[in-house]
Design a protein around this ligand. Structure first.
Ligand SMILES: CC(C)(COP(=O)(O)OP(=O)(O)OC[C@H]1O[C@@H](n2cnc3c(N)ncnc32)[C@H](O)[C@@H]1OP(=O)(O)O)[C@@H](O)C(=O)NCCC(=O)NCCS
Length: 158
């Protein structure tokens, strides 16, 4: 089985994460949309770095904890936990070439452990009705799924 390790985000792992995103993901899957031509332009790479620095690395602005997902020592995606009241909101993305191989399941288990260790009362996540892998992952973890139009909210009491 692939060895999956969550590495806390820092400048070194952020550089590896950007390389993984550029090589194996669409920008819209891994960062908020920005203006300009599509693809991994220099502006979008800078925005990816700024996004993670602002949300995780800069103590003055951080709102979440982010980890780089290392599979057999190689960055393949990111996982995050963002406190929201007594809950934590979780997010995961994996590069296209490593999806559907059970890595998401291992990462979800590690995020649940981290959420419990951090003392959260609930674990929540959002996805869309078309995202079969994410829905399955969350349902298998024991979450209750609620559909609103095209959105799916998942909640799991810890
Ligand atoms: C969602 C995501 C994190 C899931 O991780 P993954 O490693 O691909 O998923 P796994 O291989 O661990 O599979 C999890 C479950 O989904 C099922 N699954 C995986 N890919 C699937 C697909 N394309 N269609 C239907 N089911 C699928 C698996 O069979 C497994 O269920 P099982 O244990 O009952 O067999 C990953 O696909 C991803 O990063 N997608 C793009 C970004 C994204 O959508 N993030 C989630 C937003 S909440």
């Amino acid at each position: 089985m692939t060895d999956v390790h969550l590495t806390p985000l820092d400048e070194e792992s952020l550089a590896r994460l950007l390389d993984a995103a550029v090589a194996d993901a669409d920008p819209l899957e891994v960062m908020p949309p920005i203006e300009g031509p599509p693809g991994w332009t220099a502006e979008r790479r800078d925005a990816f770095l700024a996004f993670h620095r602002r949300r995780s690395l800069d103590p003055a602005t951080a709102v979440e904890t982010t980890w780089v997902i290392d599979a057999d020592g190689r960055a393949v995606g990111a996982a995050r936990l963002e406190p929201a009241g007594d809950a934590v909101e979780a997010g995961i993305w994996l590069g296209r070439s490593v999806r559907g191989q059970g890595l998401g399941r291992q990462v979800a288990a590690a995020l649940l452990d981290a959420a419990r260790t951090g003392g959260a009362a609930r674990f929540v996540a959002s996805t869309t009705t078309g995202n079969a892998a994410a829905r399955r992952l969350l349902a298998n973890a024991g979450a209750d799924l609620t559909v609103h139009g095209g959105d799916v909210d998942a909640t799991l009491d810890l």
